[in-house]
Design a protein around this ligand. Structure first.
Ligand code: CA
Length: 233
């Protein structure tokens, strides 16, 4: 298999060097771009496997770069944002980014995000999985056609909203889904009330599928951002 090609879009030289050194040391190939214009050019001409995109670029904002890339490609995009850019991060996820890293981040965090995204890529590339009527993740199994979910051999007794939530998360396994994205998919709107209800439904869903409340196996919480279903170990 070819080494994955990563496009690194970052204007801060020290962050860019940290990323490229890490990539090189861990068997990735990479390309770099220091502004949005070059990023779009490199993305379209080299079709990288994953884009690491800084949101604060000198010529344009990262969110518009995502919008442009999404007009022709679903390539995974992991955004890199400063802590002060929390709303930008959410905007970026809603514009189609797959995941995010917050500065300052560690080398381990960067590698972990890349691994999650690569796993997601593999699942997406396997069409038999994408088209399957059954979803399996660890002990969790969803029979989409029958509209039933199981944990081990036990059928789960889910409310219609809990079931919809579980399906939405499973169909986007590996991807961080924002509160807005989820509430729009479940209720068709995104009022503050919906986000509050989402928390309640998520809590009841988790009680039914997670063994330990403090060590969730299937659903991660991203505080202030949203939720992600992860592949169970
Ligand atoms: Ca920057």
């Amino acid at each position: 298999m070819n080494k994955p090609l990563i496009l690194v879009v970052e204007d801060d030289t020290s962050v860019k060097n940290l990323i490229t050194t890490t990539l090189k040391a861990h068997g990735y190939r990479y390309l770099t771009a220091v502004n949005g214009e070059t990023a779009i050019l490199e993305a379209s001409s080299h079709n990288p496997d994953i884009v690491l995109l800084d949101l604060g670029l000198p010529d344009t904002d990262g969110v518009s770069v995502i919008g442009k890339i999404r007009t022709w490609s679903n390539m995974p995009i992991i955004v890199i944002s400063a802590r002060s850019e929390d709303t930008d991060k959410i905007e970026a996820l809603d514009a189609g980014a797959d995941d995010y890293l917050t500065k300052p981040f560690s080398v381990e965090e960067l590698l972990a995000r890349l691994r999650v995204t690569q796993r997601r890529l593999l699942i997406m590339k396997d069409e038999s999985v994408a088209e399957a009527s059954t979803f399996i993740n660890g002990d969790l199994r969803i029979d989409y056609a029958a509209g039933c979910a199981y944990l081990g051999s036990e059928e789960l007794h889910l409310t219609p909203i809990e079931y919809k939530l579980l399906c939405l998360l499973s169909r986007n396994i590996g991807k961080v889904l924002t509160h807005t994205f989820i509430t729009q998919n479940i209720w068709g709107s995104s009022w503050e009330n919906d986000v509050a209800s989402l928390r309640v439904f998520m809590a009841t869903l988790r009680k039914k599928i997670e063994k330990g409340e403090n060590s969730p196996q299937y659903i991660q919480t991203h505080i202030g951002v949203g939720y992600r279903m992860v592949k169970a170990e």
